[in-house]
Every structure is written in structure tokens, then in C-alpha cells.
Design a protein around this ligand. Structure first.
Ligand code: 01A
Ligand code: AMP
Ligand code: MG
Length: 511
């Protein structure tokens, strides 16, 4: 056996500790042993198979972090399908467009009538679509999707270059891009966290499922890493700060991997008490930079934890990290398995910056963790994956001591709470409103979200409530919409009429 795929990691962990507790559900308090996990997953896989789902097909999951989502993802891997995880915060029409684009053969989604009808419209007539939650006795309930495990095709490790997942990352305009992740990426995506953050193999690892499973970190670093180490993953069905705090206290959890915004929220929970957090020995954050003042508060709040900052992207996973980070400014180092360059912005990949000069962070695409390309988007793949290097779009500079500092973005992408938001996407929605003449959407520093989305608008007789309602009623996901509006007489522009976003950021920050 060479590389281990997702299902190899699970079945081998189950072989090692069949009676160990793999997953604890927060809603039912059910403790699922490794042996039961394999049984659950294989019966669900058999059910999906007898419903017509075939190995190699694209199948969607559109679910929050519930236990059934774990069963669904693993069952789809056991069956050998390509698992396409769609953010359940997207509006149903956008989710449906993604399903049409990939030609999905079926879906497992929340039992919400709008998402269900979007999935039905997007998939072929009569395609298997299962729901989670709601009335569990209905025909299309995922709970009822069970079959005889003996009827499953025997397990065969997949082709390393075959697609394991399609994960979505939002683009400047149009649909989010589907990041195709091959099976050979699995080991590197699982191993970097133990190597860099100090986790050791064994059942002492008790992880909280904070980050969304449909993103790279939530799946690989929280769920699969914990299970491949024979630890226990505690389901956190929907992010709720005081419930998360209570779960850490009650279950004496040891491994907490979250987005900075989640730590911000937990620290603000009324039941937060550092004395209850002493079981946490490994605290990791990723997805966005943690604002310095927040980092200063997180440290004493988790007094026994070794803290690691992980920088990565869906496309290449771990690229930089920093053990024991200190704020102002944050430093980063190349991570396990990764090889990086600081390239001159707009230059060729061999045009490398000198120490102290700002350039684009390039990541060697030869690493196993690297994606294959964007689904049906050869243009975007060519733009980002050039001459063997992945262009991150993040601006960095190398310091004389070798550490890197993140300095901003090559493009105008905003990272709010660990989610990417492209200004153009929000601007296009606002421009469709008849009262809006001009608009520029920017990110401004924010203690909670790392960056907050602000819309600067030139408009006639309209207020922020009306524009907020307009965004909510549009195809834009709610979390992407502006949290604040700034009404201006004109937008600052340069000689060639390009909006000066840096100027705008100064204007907005100055109030
Ligand atoms: O006014 P309302 O009701 O619409 O307000 C709602 C939501 O719209 C709003 N909201 C947000 C965000 C956000 N990110 N930015 C701005 N607003 N998320 C939600 O908050 C209100 C409450 O709604 P909710 O659904 O209850 O929201 P929460 O459950 O509290 O969600 C907040 C979270 C921080 C949990 C959520 O944003 C989240 O899950 N963020 C983490 C995303 C993540 O996993 N990022 C990592 C992605 S992988 C790429 C990467 O960076 C990476 C890094 C390292 C890849 C590999 C490596 Cl190695
Ligand atoms: P995504 O494009 O969704 O894969 O998110 C990756 C982007 O999130 C990176 O290009 C960075 O801009 C940002 N990011 C992720 N982790 C960190 C971190 N630890 N510090 C700063 N920015 C981060
Ligand atoms: Mg919430």
C-alpha cells in the first residue's frame, strides 16, 4: 500500500482501536466506536449504492457539521465517488448552479424545501437526493439510506491522481471555483498538524469539531487528523460559542482548531472561564490572521495550550505556520512539506524578491498536498497554477531573520471570519439597485472578523437598511454582504478612473 486515502485512514484506525470512541455526537450524546463508525459508513455506502450512486460520480453534500455529514462524507469515499462539499450558507440558487456545473449525480443536503428543490432541479430526473433532519421516516431520509454491506464493491485503494474532493472557493465574479483535490494529497494534509502543532498519536486526543467540514481545515485538520491518530472527535453541529465552551469543559477536550472569529466569540461567551480550559493542550488557528489584541487575550484564556498559527489555502493546504505566535506583526515560516518563494508581483516565477521586498507568496506545486486544478475552469487553473508554482495572491516579505510577514493581497479579496469575499461579487449585486450610482466594497480591520466588509456607495435617497434588505433578497450569501455602509459624494479615483481602495480604507477607518 502506498498513499492512504480518506477511507484507508478510517478503516486502518478502526483496525487498530475498534472499541475506541471515534465520534461523540453533541445532539444525541451518542458515542460511536471505530467499529461502529465503519459499520455505519459501510451500510450508508451500500444504501447509496443501491439507490444508484456509482463510483466516480460527483455527489454533493450541503450540510452543517452534524454527525450525519461525517457519515455521508465517509460513505461517499467508501463508495469511491467524488465528494463535492457545498457551503450550506450559500443561497439555494447558487448551490444549484454549482451542482449543474459539476454534473452531480446526487446529493445529501439539509431537509429544507428550497435547497431540496434546487438539488432536484440541478440533478438528473429521479437522481438520489437524501436529506438530513426533519421527518426522518420519509423515503429520502439519509437515516433510512441503509443497505447490506455485503453488496458493496470490495474496497480497493483509489488511484492517487483521482479526485477525492471538490471544495469550493469563491472567485472574483461568477460561481465559486471547485478546487479538485486528489487522493495523493491526503497524507500531507493530515500529517502537517501533528508535525507542526505537537499532536501525538493516541486516544488522548479529544478534538472539538469547530470549523466547517466543507472547508479544507475542518475536514482534514480537525476530523481526519483526529481519527487517523485514533483520537475522539466531538461533533459541534452548529457553531454556538457558549455550547463550544461548555463542551470543552465537560469533555475535557485537548485539541481545538478554530478560526480567529470563533476564538473571539468563545472568549465573549458568558460561561467562558480560563480555569475550565486547562485540558486544552493544542490550540490552532487558521483561515485569517488573528488580530494582535485578540491573540493577547487568547493566550491567558487557554493557559495550558501550545498555540500554533497555520496559514494555508484550499488549493495547497499548509504553506506557512508559526508556533507560539506573537502579534504586531505576525510572523510566519514555511511549513512541513512546503516549499515557497517570494515572487515579484506580476513577474515570472524566477523573478524572486530580495529580503525586505514585498512580493507574492508562491508555493511549489510539486508537493503532494497540491490540488489538480479548478473544475471546468482551465482559465483560472492556468492563472493560479503556472510553471509549477501556485500563486496565492497573498503579499509577503521576507525578514532578515528568515521569517515572513503577510502584508496584504495582490487582488482585493477580503477574508472575513476565514471566508473569502471578493468585492466585485458584492459590488455587482449593489449596482443592480436602481438608486446606487457607484460602489466600492472594501475590507477594514476588525477585531471579531479580522476584516469586515464595508460598502462605500454613491447613491440617491437610500439608506443602509434598504441596501441590506436588497442584499439579503439577492443571490449573494448573507455572510458576504456588507456589515456597514459608508455614503459618499464621490469615490476617490486615480487619473485612469480606477477606484483608490487604499484611500477609501483610510477614509472609512477615520470614520
Ligand atoms: O446578519 P446575519 O444573521 O446574516 O449574520 C450571520 C452571518 O451572516 C454572519 N457570518 C459572517 C461570517 C463571516 N465569515 N463573515 C462575516 N459574517 N460567518 C457568519 O454571522 C451571523 C451569524 O450566523 P451563523 O451562521 O450563526 O454564523 P456562525 O455560525 O457564528 O459563523 C461564524 C464562523 C466564524 C463560525 C464562520 O464564519 C466560519 O465557519 N468560519 C470559518 C471558515 C473556515 O473554515 N475557514 C478556513 C477555510 S479553509 C482555507 C484556509 O484558510 C486554509 C487555512 C489553512 C486552508 C488550509 C490551511 Cl492548512
Ligand atoms: P481560501 O482561499 O479559502 O483557501 O483561504 C486562503 C486564504 O485565507 C489565504 O490566501 C489567506 O489570505 C487567508 N489565510 C488563511 N490562513 C491564514 C492565516 N493563518 N493568517 C493569515 N491569513 C490566512
Ligand atoms: Mg452560529
Amino acid at each position: 500500500m502506498g498513499m492512504q486515502s480518506v477511507w484507508d485512514h478510517i478503516r486502518l484506525a478502526a483496525e487498530r482501536t475498534p472499541k475506541g470512541i471515534a465520534v461523540v455526537d453533541d445532539r444525541s450524546e451518542r458515542c460511536v466506536t471505530y467499529l461502529e463508525l465503519v459499520e455505519e459508513v459501510e451500510s450508508a455506502a451500500a444504501g447509496l449504492f443501491s439507490a444508484g450512486i456509482q463510483p466516480g460520480q460527483f455527489v454533493a453534500t450541503i450540510l452543517p457539521n452534524v454527525l450525519e455529514h461525517i457519515f455521508a462524507i465517509l460513505a461517499l469515499h467508501r463508495l469511491g465517488t467524488i465528494v463535492c462539499m457545498i457551503n450550506p450558507r450559500l443561497k439555494p440558487e447558487e448551490a444549484g448552479d454549482l451542482m449543474v456545473d459539476a454534473g452531480m449525480a446526487g446529493a445529501i443536503c439539509a431537509s429544507n424545501p428550497e435547497i431540496l428543490s434546487a438539488a432536484r432541479m440541478a440533478c438528473p430526473e429521479g437522481a438520489p437526493i437524501f436529506t438530513v433532519g426533519g421527518e426522518e421516516d420519509r423515503d429520502n431520509s439519509f437515516k433510512m439510506c441503509r443497505g447490506n454491506r455485503a453488496g458493496l464493491p470490495p474496497w480497493k485503494s483509489p488511484d492517487p491522481e483521482g479526485i477525492a474532493f471538490v471544495l469550493y472557493t469563491s472567485g472574483t465574479t461568477g460561481l465559486p471555483k471547485g478546487v479538485m483535490i486528489p487522493h495523493r494529497a491526503t497524507d500531507a494534509r493530515v500529517l502537517f498538524a501533528p508535525v507542526q502543532c505537537g499532536l501525538r498519536h493516541g486516544p488522548q486526543n479529544r478534538a472539538l469539531g469547530l470549523m466547517p467540514l466543507f472547508h479544507a481545515v475542518g475536514f482534514y485538520s480537525a476530523l481526519l487528523t483526529t481519527l487517523s491518530l485514533n483520537g475522539t472527535y466531538f461533533v459541534h453541529s452548529a457553531f454556538e460559542p457558549s455550547t463550544a465552551v461548555e463542551a470543552i469543559r465537560k469533555h475535557k477536550l485537548t485539541y481545538i482548531f478554530g478560526a480567529p472569529a470563533q476564538f473571539h466569540a468563545m472568549l465573549a461567551a458568558p460561561n467562558f472561564n480560563p480555569a475550565d480550559m486547562t485540558s486544552v493542550d493544542t490550540l490552532v488557528y487558521a483561515g485569517a490572521a488573528m488580530p494582535g489584541p485578540l491573540l493577547d487575550r487568547v493566550k491567558p484564556a487557554f493557559p495550558e495550550a501550545a498555540i500554533t498559527n497555520i496559514y494555508g489555502t484550499t488549493e495547497v493546504m499548509n504553506a506557512l505556520y508559526m508556533p507560539d505566535p506573537v502579534g504586531k506583526p505576525l510572523h510566519y515560516r514555511p511549513g512541513f512539506y512546503s516549499s515557497i518563494r517570494v515572487g515579484r508581483i506580476g513577474g515570472s516565477i524566477d523573478d524572486v524578491c530580495e529580503i525586505g521586498q514585498e512580493g507574492e507568496l508562491l508555493v511549489d506545486a510539486a508537493a503532494d498536498a497540491t490540488f489538480i486544478g479548478y473544475l471546468n475552469r482551465a482559465d483560472a487553473t492556468a492563472e493560479k497554477l503556472m510553471d509549477g508554482w501556485y500563486r496565492t495572491g497573498d503579499i509577503v516579505l521576507q525578514r532578515p531573520d528568515g521569517d515572513l510577514e503577510l502584508c496584504g493581497r495582490v487582488d482585493d479579496m477580503i477574508v472575513s471570519g476565514g471566508e473569502n469575499i471578493h468585492p466585485e461579487e458584492v459590488e455587482n449585486i449593489l449596482l443592480q439597485h436602481e438608486a446606487v450610482q457607484e460602489v466600492a466594497v472594501i475590507g477594514v480591520p476588525d477585531d471579531q472578523w479580522s476584516e469586515r466588509v464595508v460598502a462605500c456607495v454613491v447613491a440617491n435617497g437610500i439608506d443602509s437598511e434598504e441596501l441590506d434588505a436588497w442584499c439579503r433578497g439577492s443571490a449573494l450569501a448573507n455572510y458576504k454582504r456588507p456589515r456597514e455602509y459608508s455614503f459618499l459624494d464621490t469615490l476617490p479615483r486615480n487619473a485612469v478612473n480606477k477606484i483608490l481602495r487604499r484611500e477609501l480604507k483610510k477614509i472609512v477607518s477615520a470614520g
